[in-house]
Design a protein around this ligand. Structure first.
Ligand code: PLP
Length: 490
């Protein structure tokens, strides 16, 4: 290879119609260096000569060469022109060969596999009976747009900085007032930390309360995503059975050294049970005696159809041992990406630093708009409207299933929330049934996949997302699939 090239024109296939000529020259010289068509030390033609040869301006060639000099691929010396720099041999690749042929593909952690497993369901398209979803058709676009547009214009400079990582004061105050009225939560705004989702809340709570190897107890059956996050944080998860009064506190008492117990007292996920007052008091006593925290996941408590919502554990406890968690994912929409923790005073300073410290922050304008949305009464009005829409949807689903499911299946009367659990006879294979349902566009979660030790087969169905008129036909199709599976399992 010559140590100087008078005409580098052979190297280039420029496509002027695609624009970005400087970038094209840069890429092609770089490619030639990396695959050794231009050897170390080779002097390149003068930029003026090359520009004329390529039919581009001299400035374009100079800019491309300057970039290659800045990145260390070329050296430029006054009076000696531009030459290919000396690069370590192992960084250069043979023509047609990918760099570093002996390279090993990095493997993922076991946690990554757990997350993938926990998150692969649901798909991109909302599907009929998808659990966890509110009605997107009813999202209050007009009111939300008004609040967001106003805040996009008027957001304070301070709310666009790194300050207020734990949440804008205006939203923390609005949340405290809303929760006090709606859920009997008692707290100061400093005890509120705004986070993007309950998922973030599970992770931050686990990180701040449990060291690797510590025990976190949770309901069985229970919220699978919480379990994945606790395990991801290095905790040992202890599953505790649930009965018709909620978590079995006697069984929890047998778990030694638990640092945190995660519960869904308003509407147990997935059984739908409401924790009785006696259980609540026993749970709080036990947590206090053991010096443990209770994580109260109040994800859909706004929606009670039969009677008034039951006051929160946090209110009962006076905010000593309870970490209260709520989300706008159900009361508004998951895509808003906003949830909150109300912390015991002892935990608030650490978690107010930890949550933003690991990147769990919510956009300032969205927070300010949400505060206005709450303060102007739109949230209460929306929740009130949705309560009657969801009550009607749940009635259609439970009545249709009651009429069409085969004997041996139990359909509860939904008292709240956005989903219900249909129990199937033990001979059923709920995973196989859900696979058959997915093939006809119906999303159901198998109860067995939400359980660690708890027995039982069932289908967990969300009724909030589909339109009212879609529910009965889909429920009948679901019942046919269940009936077919049960006939085959006889
Ligand atoms: C038990 C439970 N907790 C919390 C959430 C809310 O999660 P996020 O706020 O991350 O949307 C859900 C959503 O499905 C849930 O089922």
């Amino acid at each position: 290879m010559p140590d100087s090239i008078e005409d580098l024109g052979w190297l280039f296939v420029l496509e002027p119609e695609r624009g970005g000529l400087e970038r094209q020259i840069y890429r092609q010289v770089l490619g030639a260096i990396l695959d050794r068509r231009l050897a170390t030390g080779t002097r390149l033609p003068a930029t003026r000569v090359l520009a004329a040869r390529l039919g581009v301006s001299r400035g374009t060639v100079v800019a491309a060469f300057d970039q290659l000099v800045a990145e260390g691929y070329l050296t430029a010396r006054t009076g000696r022109g531009t030459a290919v720099a000396a690069l370590p041999e192992e960084l250069l690749r043979a023509p047609g060969e990918s760099r570093g042929s002996s390279r090993r593909i990095p493997s993922l952690s076991r946690r990554a596999a757990d997350f993938a497993r926990a998150r692969t369901r649901g798909g991109l398209e909302p599907r009929c009976f998808q659990s966890g979803m509110p009605s997107i058709d009813d999202f209050p676009r007009k009111e939300w747009a008004r609040c967001l547009a106003a805040r996009a214009r008027t957001i304070r400079a301070a709310d666009l900085t790194y300050d207020n990582g734990a949440g804008l004061p205006i939203l923390r105050e609005a949340i405290v007032m809303y929760l006090n009225r709606a859920r009997g939560v008692v707290a100061h705004p400093d005890q509120v930390v705004v986070i993007p989702s309950s998922q973030a809340g599970f992770a931050v709570a686990a990180l701040c309360v449990a060291d690797p190897g510590d025990v976190i107890a949770m309901e069985d059956p229970g919220y699978h995503n919480a379990r994945t996050l606790f395990v991801g944080a290095g905790a040992k998860v202890a599953p505790v059975p649930v009965d018709e009064e909620g978590i079995d506190v006697a069984a929890l008492a047998a778990v030694s050294g638990f640092r945190l117990v995660a519960v869904t007292p308003s509407h147990q996920y997935p059984t739908g049970v409401t924790m009785s007052l006696e259980r609540r008091l026993r749970l709080l006593d036990l947590a206090s005696a053991r010096g443990a925290f209770v994580l109260e996941d109040d994800y859909d408590s706004e929606f009670r159809y039969a009677e008034r919502p039951i006051a929160s554990l946090q209110g009962l406890d006076g905010g000593r041992n309870v970490i209260y968690m709520g989300t706008f994912s159900k009361s508004l929409a998951p895509g808003i990406r906003c949830a909150y923790l109300v912390l015991p005073e002892s935990l608030a300073p650490a978690m107010a630093l930890a949550a933003p410290g690991i990147g769990n922050v919510v956009s300032g304008p969205v927070q300010a708009a949400l505060a206005d949305f709450i303060n102007e009464g739109y949230l209460t009005a929306h929740v009130g409207r949705m309560r009657s829409i969801y009550a009607e949807k749940s009635r259609i689903l439970s009545e249709t299933l009651e009429d069409s499911l085969p004997e041996g299946c139990t359909v509860p009367t939904p008292r709240g929330g956005l989903q219900l659990l249909v129990r199937l006879p033990d001979r059923a294979d709920d995973v196989a049934i859900c696979t058959s349902l997915a093939a006809i566009g119906i999303d159901a979660r198998p109860l067995s996949a939400l359980s660690v030790n708890a027995g039982g087969q069932g289908l967990f169905l969300g009724f909030a997302l589909p339109r009212p008129e879609e529910i009965a036909p889909a429920a009948r199709r679901l019942a046919e699939v269940v009936a077919r599976h049960l006939r085959e399992a006889r």
